[in-house]
Design a binder for this molecule. Structure first.
Ligand code: OAD
Length: 242
């Protein structure tokens, strides 16, 4: 089973999607802030945006869709979640005391709580809330500008994480592929969904709106993820191989 998620799954936790209402910040388009050029031009502005998003995410709670996915993950024989989300709501979601193991989850666009150096290999995870910053933080190792550990537009995906997805798919097509809450604007997202579906698999899209994946879906559920996924889980047991 392969599950691909995007910003829509966190919408009901109060995290605005990139392209939906509330996506703009100080009247700025996130698509223009999340770039290396924007960071070079105004690193403080970009850091302010990410710090606010970190705060918002820390204050948010996983919703019923995140929880339903934990249940699917722990009950499926072979499972991988590929999320484009940099939040930690998939990681924090719990179902009967269980969480999705790190080995079954790929954050293909990075992790907002990682801070890394633009120049050297330094990286750390920010486990505590940070105060407001007045400056761009310097790298404690080389003095270079620190940046959030996320993938910006135009940057290459983390090769090790890509490899984990490719390895999973190399075992063959999936019985079930879920694509949840993403505009699926990136070719690799559509391609992974199609590879997972294979010739005979089922592909279910959960999204109130159409996306490029809709045309290949065997079923589309035009409802918010927190409504649709718990209902889907109730239908799933017959597909699980325990
Ligand atoms: P987008 O903001 O592009 O799309 C959000 C999707 O979620 C849309 O298709 C909505 O219709 C859908 N949606 C909204 N509310 C929903 C709900 N309650 N339940 C289910 N679906 C809902 O976000 P992504 O597709 O994740 O990349 O964007 C992909 C990538 O582009 C992001 O990871 C980020 C962004 O710019 C980088 O930063 C590299």
């Amino acid at each position: 089973m392969l599950v691909i998620t995007g910003a829509g799954i966190s919408a009901e936790s109060g995290i605005p999607t990139f392209r939906g209402p509330g996506g703009h910040w100080r009247n700025l388009d996130p698509a223009k802030l999340a770039t290396e050029n924007a960071f070079r031009a105004d690193p403080k502005l970009v850091w302010d945006w990410y710090r606010e998003r970190r705060q918002m995410i820390r204050a948010a709670q996983p919703n019923a869709a995140h929880v339903a996915l934990v249940r699917i993950a722990v009950q499926s024989r072979d499972f991988l979640l590929v999320t484009q989300n940099v939040d930690d709501l998939h990681r924090r979601a719990e179902w009967v005391g269980q969480r999705i193991p790190a080995g079954k989850m790929v954050q293909i666009h990075g992790d907002i709580f990682v801070t890394r150096c633009s120049h050297c290999d330094f990286r750390r995870r920010e486990n505590e809330p940070e105060g407001p910053a007045t400056l761009v933080p310097p790298c404690p190792s080389c003095g270079g500008p620190l940046r959030p550990g996320v993938v910006w537009f135009g940057e290459t995906l983390p090769p090790r994480e890509v490899q984990r997805v490719e390895d999973f798919l190399s075992h063959g097509a999936c019985d079930l592929t879920l694509v949840i809450g993403t505009t699926a604007l990136f070719g690799y997202i559509v391609q992974w969904a199609l590879d997972a579906k294979g010739r005979l698999g089922r592909l279910i899209e959960i999204n109130p709106e159409e996306s490029p994946v809709s045309a290949f879906a065997t079923e589309t559920v035009r409802e918010p993820a927190a409504v649709a996924l718990p209902k889907l889980v109730a239908r799933l047991p017959r597909w699980f191989t325990m």
